[in-house]
Design a protein. Structure first.
Length: 278
C-alpha cells in the first residue's frame, strides 16, 4: 500500500460522504419540499416523519457496523505492529512499544463500548446497576456500557479523541523544534494525516460553535405560510444544515475518528521499516 492508494481510498470516502449527506438531506427534508416542488421526483423519497434514515444512522445501522469492523481491523493491525517492533530488538523502541500498547488498550475499550461489551450480539440482560435510576451508573439506554452513564465516560474521552485526531499534528508541527523526534513520530507519523484532521474539523467545529452559542433551535423549524401550508423556516433550518445536524453527526464523527486511527497506525508502521534498514 502506498500514498496513491491512500489518496484513492480518501477519494472514495469523499464520494461516500457526499452520498450520505445528500441522502440525509432528502430523507429529512424531501417529503415536505416535494409538496411544493412536485416536479422533482427524488424529493418524494423523503420521510414524512423527517429525522434520519434508521438503516444508515441508528444503532447497529450501516455506519456503526462499518465503524466496528474498521475498529477491529485497526486493533488487530496494532497488535501486528507491536510484534513487528518487538522483533527488531532495537532498545530505543521501548517507548514506541508502550505507545502501541496504550493505543491497543484505548481502541479496545472504544470497540467494546461500541458493541456494549458484546450485548449487541449476544443480547444478554443488562445488570441492574445500569438500569436502576438511583444507581450512579444508570445507563440512559439501558445498555451494558459506560459511555451512556455520564459525561465522564462519554464527553471527556470524546473531547480527547477529537483533539488527538484534529489538532495534535498541527500543534506538533508548530512546536516541533522543542519536541523530541520520538514524540513527533508518535503524534505525526505522516503529514498525509493532515487531510483527515481537516475533514474531522469540518464536521466538528460548526457543531461545537453553534451548539455552544445555542443557535440551533429545532422547535422553530416549521412555520405556516400565507396559504396556510406548513413549510420550513429557513432561518432555523440553515444552522442545522451548516452544523450537519440533520443526521446522526456523532456517528459520522466516530467513523472519522476510527478512520484516522487506522491510517495513523499504517503510517506509524512505516517508521519502523525505515528504522530496520538503519
Amino acid at each position: 500500500m502506498n500514498f496513491n492508494i491512500y489518496k484513492k481510498i480518501n477519494f472514495i470516502l469523499i464520494i461516500a460522504l457526499i452520498f450520505l449527506i445528500t441522502e440525509a438531506l432528502i430523507w429529512g427534508y424531501g417529503w415536505r419540499l416535494s409538496k411544493i416542488y412536485t416536479e422533482i421526483e427524488i424529493l418524494k423519497y423523503g420521510n414524512p416523519g423527517e429525522g434520519w434514515n434508521p438503516m444508515i444512522w441508528q444503532e447497529n445501522g450501516i455506519v456503526e457496523i462499518i465503524q466496528e469492523i474498521l475498529l477491529l481491523i485497526t486493533i488487530l493491525y496494532l497488535i501486528h505492529i507491536y510484534f513487528f517492533i518487538k522483533k527488531t530488538y532495537v532498545e530505543k523502541l521501548n517507548l514506541y512499544k508502550l505507545f502501541v500498547i496504550l493505543k491497543i488498550i484505548g481502541l479496545s475499550y472504544f470497540f467494546l463500548e461500541e458493541i456494549s461489551w458484546g450485548q449487541h450480539f449476544i443480547n444478554y440482560q443488562t445488570p441492574l446497576i445500569f438500569t436502576e435510576e438511583e444507581s450512579i451508573l444508570f445507563n440512559h439506554q439501558k445498555e451494558f456500557n459506560l459511555h451512556n452513564t455520564s459525561n465522564l465516560f462519554n464527553e471527556i474521552p470524546r473531547a480527547i479523541v477529537l483533539f488527538w485526531c484534529s489538532l495534535s499534528i498541527i500543534i506538533i508541527k508548530i512546536f516541533r523544534n522543542n519536541i523530541q523526534k520520538h514524540f513527533q513520530n508518535m503524534v505525526n507519523p505522516s503529514d498525509q494525516l493532515l487531510f483527515l484532521s481537516g475533514l474531522i474539523l469540518i464536521f466538528s467545529i460548526p457543531d461545537l460553535v453553534l451548539t455552544k452559542f445555542d443557535i440551533i433551535d429545532y422547535s422553530s423549524v416549521h412555520t405556516i405560510n400565507d396559504q396556510g401550508i406548513e413549510v420550513y423556516n429557513f432561518s432555523s433550518v440553515i444552522p442545522i444544515l451548516f452544523s450537519f445536524n440533520f443526521f446522526r453527526l456523532s456517528e459520522l464523527q466516530e467513523f472519522l475518528f476510527i478512520y484516522y486511527f487506522f491510517w495513523h497506525s499504517y503510517f506509524f508502521k512505516q517508521i519502523f521499516y525505515n528504522l530496520k534498514k538503519i
